[in-house]
Design a protein around this ligand. Sequence first.
Ligand code: GLV
Ligand code: GLV
Length: 329
Amino acid sequence: MPAQKVYVTRKFADSGIQALKSAGYTVKVYANDAVISRKDLLTNVAGCSALLSLLTDKIDEAVLKAAGPQLKIVANYAVGFDNIDLAAAKKMNIVVTNTPSDAVNEAVAEHTFALLIALARRIPEADIFSKSKKYTGWSPTHFIGTDLYGKTLGIIGAGRIGGALARRAVHGFGMKLVYTDARKNDIFEKEYTAEQVSLQKLCEISDFISLHVPLLPSTRHLISTAEFASMKKTAFLINTARGPVIDEKALLRALKTKRIAGAGLDVFECEPAIDCDITDNLELKTFPNVILTPHIASATIEAREAMSMMAAQNIIAVLSGKPALNPAG
Ligand code: GLV
Ligand code: GLV
């Protein structure tokens, strides 16, 4: 019997590829270091038993069909899996997995915290100022920021990444915590004395608001005009989840009218575009109190190695007839 084929849509951390090769599979990796085109994706998946996809690949019914009936698993190299049509995969008995490893959760929480501190202490603005030779002497009023200590952090989505953020905020920085989630989170309540509140209450009382929910029909534009209207004028909003969870137009209006104090964004509604459409010269990148990073919250050596191995292990499990280790959904 010829070796089963694993198709990988883009070169990534090598350990997973090596693990797949050692397990005896034929591994084919997309030749270009770029997001695979739709045309190449539909052609190249033909005949594969496992597809290792990235969050930038739209895996819908057409792709699953193009692979052929031997396709057993789509292993997404990401925590989020909104790029995959789960219903179509289920109908075709194809397993979908993701990579919610501890290393990824910690990396994303660290990046979220980096945005939090950078916003509170205006690090990027101060960096630009210092490098542009404007610093001529200490001033009592220069770059006044805000403390994190004693402030309230509102976490929307008390899952694994929200939990890693909560631990840092409460144990590391002495912040107070409130959260929203469909379920009560005992660790949040007992270890962090966090209160579960409604979204509206969270918006009203939080000094920092951080999003840690998957992108679902129910979370699209979760933060929109009404939510911004109930936030403190001193509040900062941080998004390291998925762009469309925030209604970007409403965010731009909130920034323009100083409804909130600033935002830290690692993901964007119309990604890879930073701005969906530029009207009234309103662009995210024109606000000094907005910090932008290009979807890099899990971009650490440790996290990417863990994601690589986790995706490979899911493929090896499923192709050898075992249950998936990290089924998505
Ligand atoms: C990154 O955004 C991920 O979902 O892993
Ligand atoms: C700041 O540098 C201070 O000494 O207060």
